[in-house]
Ligand binder design. Structure first.
Ligand SMILES: Cc1cc2nc3c(=O)[nH]c(=O)nc-3n(C[C@H](O)[C@H](O)[C@H](O)COP(=O)(O)OP(=O)(O)OC[C@H]3O[C@@H](n4cnc5c(N)ncnc54)[C@H](O)[C@@H]3O)c2cc1C
Length: 507
């Protein structure tokens, strides 16, 4: 098919008729602009062709002496790094232990439905992620929905979705509400987060909200998010959390708006994967990296379980810290000790496909001690039920330290506890409503920001020349989310990797 169109700025549209130059449109999503020797992504409906202006570097020549980079870990961080580096023209191999890409943002099957293994939403203030979505040509698939937040406390549900409901929240008296609101406002105004890293979150919240608010609201919420680890967590944790939510509301009419891309993270990951392949990135899945050692020729030998070893000039580790000491024996004793000292929070997260919804809340925070999970997340309060064949998708997360004994319990045991809790909490819920139930277990989800955390992290440029560690444990100014993950990857390219990238770029 032959179209004529005008190239405008990235993401702008041009009428198919009366335009110039001419492009031949292949069945896939790329066109070759012969005038500039660049490929451009496009999409179109009946009237409009949307043309993206990113260009593709020249193909890798077999005899080039360019340096090879291995990016270990195919989660959003590794995917971002591989994409950014390949766009700059580097020769990249992306290595992932699992059979498919995505890491914590990967998808799985729940009955006949394919959706994110862990619940994911985008905030209006997630600028890096939104830029990536735009760059992938997926902005038109982005949906924004106003959401409601619930609280389950003392055996009752309360809506806490706006200021009016906040002020009507019965478990707190007026003074307590003012102190709670004041603390959130104060946290949102703090610029020097490093100061907060020196104080425990408990001490800081008790100081500003008072003991009663701490015990009624903050402590149960912190326990939900961090388990007993909240006792050693720095106040910067609550600052990061509240300022992200506050910023999101500021950008959107003071309402809580959450977004998702049609098809969930599958759409995003498949789109990045397609781009990586087009850019010539080699993708190795089902390749758990077992050892990375520097050889006498200065290159790295990477050993895999079940594959032959490979050699690379540079290696970037994006995996959690837990495996670094074992996989990278050349790291110094000091680096190993520092990586090993970072404590991780893990998760057990059940996904349920239900015949009917449980409630109107996206998140229901659970503060009663007896409830075995952290929260109830009802995805279908945001995502169109058509994505789930008209059914309701609910997640039941339980955040626990990586070493917690709950990881030893069987899925059947945990399922029994979770379903019994739902029966007790929701009048209309019965086990017959459950069409599918799957359980995810991840020990190393998020590095716990302990007191003085940022001071104890080793440099991302390790003591082994050419070996870098760029993972989510370097998120200092925010809690774990994809926006921060992308930020870590992009900032590392501009700072720690910059010099090395410049010297290894293709000529
Ligand atoms: C329950 C839950 C809810 C979340 N909700 C949201 C949300 O609503 N919004 C949001 O923005 N973010 C959310 N997040 C956070 C988001 O998922 C993360 O920020 C992001 O996915 C982290 O990406 P990563 O690449 O740093 O880590 P990971 O996704 O953990 O990637 C690391 C990768 O390394 C691989 N790996 C490990 N060991 C090896 C090895 N030896 N060899 C090769 N590969 C290896 C792993 O398999 C994995 O794929 C949520 C996370 C969870 C768990």
């Amino acid at each position: 098919m032959l179209f004529k169109c005008v190239i405008l700025e990235s993401g702008t549209s041009a009428k198919k008729q009366n335009a110039n130059p001419t492009f031949e449109v292949p069945p896939s999503g790329r066109i070759l602009d012969k005038t500039q020797n660049a490929k451009r992504r496009f999409s179109f409906d009946s009237n409009t062709m949307i043309v993206k202006t990113d260009s593709i570097p020249p193909a890798i020549s077999a005899d080039s002496n360019e340096k090879s980079w291995a990016v270990v870990g195919g989660g959003m961080l590794g995917l971002t790094l591989a994409l950014r580096m390949a766009k700059q023209g580097h020769k990249v191999t992306l290595i992932e232990a699992a059979p498919s890409l995505g890491g914590l943002a990967a998808v799985w099957n729940l009955g006949d439905v394919t959706w994110d293994k862990h619940y994911h939403v985008t905030l209006l203030s997630d600028d890096r992620l939104r830029h990536m979505i735009d760059e992938l040509g997926l902005s038109e698939k982005m949906k924004w929905v106003e959401t409601k937040t619930g609280f389950y406390t003392g055996g009752k549900f309360y809506s806490m979705s706006d200021t009016r409901e906040f002020l009507a929240f019965p478990p707190l008296n007026l003074i307590e509400k003012l102190r709670l609101g004041g603390t959130i406002f104060l946290a949102s105004k703090i610029k020097n987060w490093k100061r907060l890293e020196k104080l425990s979150v408990e001490k800081w919240l008790r100081r500003w909200s008072g003991n009663s608010v701490f015990e009624k609201i903050w402590e149960p919420l912190l326990k939900c998010k961090l388990g007993e680890a909240y006792r050693k967590t720095a106040a910067s944790f609550i600052w990061a959390h509240t300022s992200r939510m506050y910023k999101a509301r500021r950008t959107g009419l003071k309402k809580e708006m959450f977004g998702y891309v049609e098809g969930g993270y599958r759409t995003i990951i498949e789109s990045i994967e397609a781009q990586l392949r087009e850019l010539g990135v080699e993708i190795m899945t089902s390749s758990p990296t077992q050892k990375i050692e520097k050889q006498t020729d200065g290159r790295f030998q990477v050993d895999f379980k079940g594959h032959d070893s490979r050699h690379f000039d540079r290696v970037i580790m994006t995996t959690p810290n837990a495996i670094l000491s074992r996989v990278c024996p050349d790291l110094s004793a000091d680096e190993k000790a520092k990586f090993d000292s970072v404590e991780y929070l893990g998760i057990i997260c059940a996904s349920l496909l239900l015949k009917k919804p449980l409630s109107v809340y996206y998140v229901t925070n659970l503060t009663d001690d007896w409830v075995p999970m952290t929260a109830v997340i009802e995805m279908t309060t945001i995502v169109d039920t058509e994505e789930f064949d008209g059914n309701s998708l609910v997640y039941l997360p339980k955040y626990i330290p990586a070493e917690h004994s709950m990881f030893e319990r069987t899925d059947a045991d945990i399922k029994e506890d979770f379903l019994a809790a739902l029966e007790r909490m929701y009048e209309g819920f019965t086990r017959d409503d459950v069409l599918a139930f799957e359980m995810s277990r991840v020990r190393n989800v998020m590095a716990i920001p302990t007191i003085g955390y940022s001071e104890s992290l080793p440099s991302q440029k390790s003591s082994v020349d050419g070996l870098y560690v760029v993972n989510s444990s370097y998120i200092l100014k925010g809690n774990l989310n994809v926006n921060e993950t992308i930020t870590i990857a992009e900032d590392a390219m501009k700072r720690v990797l910059k010099e090395d990238l410049a010297s290894t770029a293709r000529n």
